[in-house]
Write a protein that binds this ligand. Structure first.
Ligand code: THG
Length: 279
């Protein structure tokens, strides 16, 4: 699975003040922790930080790039902001792979962001929602996903640079929506050949819930069984990563080894680590 790191997000107070105060150590420490956990892509979100969001993004991207060459995912719900940010980061870090996170299937979003993805050679995450909001069923999610894939391909974006996000909602507020996410992954991977990649913002599922880490790792395993390729997660959550690795072994995506957590870490050039306490 492609591990996107969720932690560098201005929704967290420590990140928010580090951005406003331009304190690189806080950000770089968090980045190092996520990389040590096995993060493949660094998702960057300035959240509600006060000030110039474009400059915040460029600073965050440069600051994280100082400690890693990994791809950067530029995360905002505001298309107008991403239209400015993505070319700026591209120019600042020309050799870094970028992911645009995210674009809805509403024409007004796709018209703005798909040309940016093409001109900057960036991958893009398409949300299965449109101008009417997040669908409360599977069918509309499939329709939005199919529209996004078709339109992105028409703009010349290669299929392996297209991620579809079926939108995870909190389980305490959105009863039964989690099954729709799983069903959308299943159906959209059948109807597209070759299929795009599927991604979720995993921690959404447990927002403001008790035992949120348990919910996160349980839902991650369920999504992996349905064909999930990537997730935005806290890579420093050892039990989560252990659940992900063991699911991949059981799904035949990783070879079994007596020490599969260690084997997974070695494959990625990470130092072997003591196994999590409560696996
Ligand atoms: N899809 C896509 N991008 C996304 C999301 C998505 N980006 C943002 C978000 N959703 C993914 N990132 C997070 C980051 C943190 C949390 C949830 C999703 C989170 N944090 C805890 C909370 O709010 O309860 C802890 C907060 C704290 O400790 O301060 O839940 O769905 N494409």
């Amino acid at each position: 699975m492609i591990v996107f790191s969720e932690r560098i997000n201005g929704m967290y107070r420590d990140v928010r003040s580090a951005i406003v105060e331009r304190n690189p150590e806080v950000i770089q420490d968090l980045a190092e922790q996520q990389l040590a956990g096995g993060a493949d892509v660094m998702d960057l979100n300035v959240g509600p930080a006060k000030g110039d969001a474009v400059e915040h993004f460029v600073w965050l991207a440069r600051t994280v790039h100082e400690v890693t060459d990994k791809p950067l995912s530029l995360d905002s719900a505001k298309a107008d902001l991403l239209v400015q940010v993505v070319p700026r980061v591209r120019d600042a870090l020309p050799d870094t792979k970028l992911v645009i996170n995210s674009c809805t299937a509403a024409p007004s979003y796709m018209e703005k962001l798909l040309p940016v993805a093409t001109s900057c050679g960036a991958a893009i995450i398409g949300l299965t929602m449109d101008q009417e909001g997040v669908p409360g069923n599977v069918e509309k999610r499939i329709e939005c996903g199919a529209t996004f894939i078709m339109t992105a391909l028409e703009h010349g974006i290669p299929i392996d640079a297209i991620y579809i996000d079926p939108i995870v909602l909190p389980v305490n507020a959105a009863f039964k929506q989690q099954q729709f996410v799983i069903e959308a992954i299943r159906q959209l991977s059948i109807v597209n050949d070759p299929p795009p990649k599927f991604i979720v913002g995993l921690s959404n599922v447990s927002q403001k819930c008790r035992m949120n880490r348990l919910l996160n790792r349980t839902f991650l395993v369920m999504c992996l069984a349905a064909g999930l390729d990537a997730a935005i997660v806290d890579a420093a959550d050892d039990e989560l990563i252990a659940a992900m690795i063991s699911a991949e072994v059981l799904l035949g995506k990783e070879l079994y080894s007596d020490d599969y957590i260690k084997a997974w870490r070695m494959q990625r050039g990470l130092p072997a680590q003591v196994e999590p306490a409560q696996v």
